[in-house]
Design a binder for this molecule. Structure first.
Ligand SMILES: Cc1cc2nc3c(=O)[nH]c(=O)nc-3n(C[C@H](O)[C@H](O)[C@H](O)COP(=O)(O)OP(=O)(O)OC[C@H]3O[C@@H](n4cnc5c(N)ncnc54)[C@H](O)[C@@H]3O)c2cc1C
Length: 449
């Protein structure tokens, strides 16, 4: 049998989707030599199971990548959202008007993924290798020092200082490295479809997000006049979808208050969906390897944080490790710094998202904040900023905010809830399995999109 050829790089990244392409570009610009492996062979390959509302929290990294400019160039929608609640609409732009609040982008993955992959391939220092499937880690003692797998040419091996798993929810790198993981149930299922000809109220292109408690829906305009409409329901309603998925989906969308008129619009896709999507949180680094994007944290699709955190975690990793990779510092220390940053940025948010994914009715804090945000434009902005993941939980529930919301609502949180708030937000324990967060205020999920 011929000996397989081994190539050597500074970094090898497995997975050329949102997280992997972002990391490859950022590493290479800092001078690292990067192998970017992707099992799919076509440059136009894209993730189908995604509704691609990219939160504003990712704007700085999108700007750094040059992606924001490129997305403007292809007509991606600078996104914002209005939120339906039983207390009325939460309208974050009521005071500012459109285009003032921080924004991310809404752009179909069939546009985003090939664009990002092309940007990565064109970055000097990145060797994009489509059609390469990783199925083995190379180790020296306990340390991961490379990957191996198969391509159309046969087997291949790549050695590198650092192996990055950007290979999604079912990450091969994480599995082979035995990365500690925690999973949590997701008690909702979702179906979505694409439409042309959906008019948007007042000509604005804000998404409309429905908090039907416990069911949810969203109507999100994208580039090229295409709107994606998603139904995200409690699993208690799965039976309704058993015999006729499209019929049940259409009936649900028709039932939305002030909902889109899908009967006058053209549906341009099948109904796409998933009924089981558990949340997975893995420790984002170990000896010689790191995980980014969904490989590190697969949160609830309902909260629309996946693409933003994929790019942001790429940026956190590159920021923490690039000096060490280029010979200036200790890689293991840098990886620990990345793990801590990841937990600090995502831990409390993910904890609340996982709690809301139980599809239980609103808890007291949620009812309090949603009602107040529906009644007050300043609180509406505040709610949206938190949901855009631009604010910590501590700031979201700061004492002056709670006092203002009490005035607006005309009722107060219970003593017990106030006490739990005073105890503070969850503390990220970066060294435990997954994100290992504990919370005194479980269930303050708001402004998910
Ligand atoms: C129903 C649904 C709706 C969603 N809606 C939103 C939304 O509105 N907004 C949002 O921000 N997020 C949303 N998400 C989440 C979002 O899709 C993910 O968080 C995001 O795609 C993660 O990007 P990634 O690069 O980490 O992983 P992925 O996009 O999953 O990419 C992983 C890549 O690794 C490659 N790969 C895997 N294994 C191997 C291997 N062994 N060898 C080589 N290559 C490999 C894959 O081919 C793929 O290209 C949604 C998810 C779902 C399920």
């Amino acid at each position: 049998m011929p000996e397989r050829r081994t190539e050597v790089y500074d970094v090898v990244i497995n997975g050329a989707s949102v997280a992997g392409c972002a990391a490859a570009i950022l590493y290479a610009r800092r001078g690292a030599r990067v192998a970017l492996l992707e099992r799919r062979s076509g440059m136009s390959a894209h993730k189908v199971l995604c509704t691609h509302y990219i939160q504003a929290s990712a704007y700085p990294v999108m700007a750094e990548l040059g992606l924001a400019e490129a997305l403007d160039g292809i007509g991606a929608v600078r996104n914002s959202a209005d939120y339906w609640t039983k207390w009325g609409w939460i309208k974050p732009e009521a005071e500012t008007g459109p285009g003032v609040l921080p924004h991310g982008y809404s752009v179909r993955r069939e546009s985003l993924d090939p664009l990002l992959r092309r940007m990565a391939a064109e970055t000097p220092g990145v060797d994009l290798k489509p059609g390469h499937t990783v199925n083995e880690l190379i180790a020296e003692g306990d340390r991961v020092v490379g990957v191996a797998g198969t391509s159309a040419e046969g087997t291949f091996a790549v050695r590198a200082e650092l192996v990055v798993g950007a290979d999604g929810k079912d990450s091969t790198v994480a599995r082979l490295a035995g990365a500690p993981a925690e999973t949590a149930d997701n008690n909702r299922f979702s179906y979505f479809a694409y439409f042309r000809g959906i008019p948007h109220p007042e000509g604005r292109r804000s998404a409309r997000v429905y908090y039907l408690d416990p069911d949810n829906a969203y109507v999100m305009p994208n580039e090229d006049g295409v709107t994606v409409i998603a139904a995200v329901l409690s699993k208690a309603r799965l039976d309704e979808f058993r015999d006729d998925i499209e019929g049940a989906y259409r009936n649900f969308v028709r039932s939305l208050p002030e909902g889109p008129d899908i009967d006058k619009a053209e549906m341009i896709s099948k109904v796409i969906g998933t009924v089981n999507y558990p949340l997975i949180s893995r420790r984002p680094s170990g000896s010689g390897y790191a995980l980014i994007g969904d490989a590190a944290l697969t949160s609830d699709p309902l909260s629309a944080v996946g693409c933003a955190w994929a790019m942001q975690s790429a940026s956190w990793l590159v920021g923490a490790t690039s000096d060490a990779l280029l010979g200036n510092g200790e890689l293991d220390t840098a990886l620990t710094a990345y793990t801590e940053r990841h937990a600090m940025e995502t831990g409390a948010h993910h904890h609340l998202i996982a709690d809301y994914a139980q599809a239980r009715p609103f808890n007291e804090i949620e009812a309090f904040m949603f009602e107040a945000a529906a009644r007050d434009s300043r609180l509406a902005q505040h709610f949206h900023t938190f949901g855009s993941r631009l604010m910590t939980l501590e700031d979201f529930m700061a004492p002056d905010v709670v006092a203002h919301a009490e005035k607006v609502n005309g009722w107060s949180l219970s003593e017990e809830t106030l006490r739990s708030l005073a105890e503070g937000p969850p503390v990220a324990e970066a060294h435990t399995a997954g994100h290992g967060t504990t919370s005194a205020v479980a269930g303050t999920e708001g402004g998910a999109r």
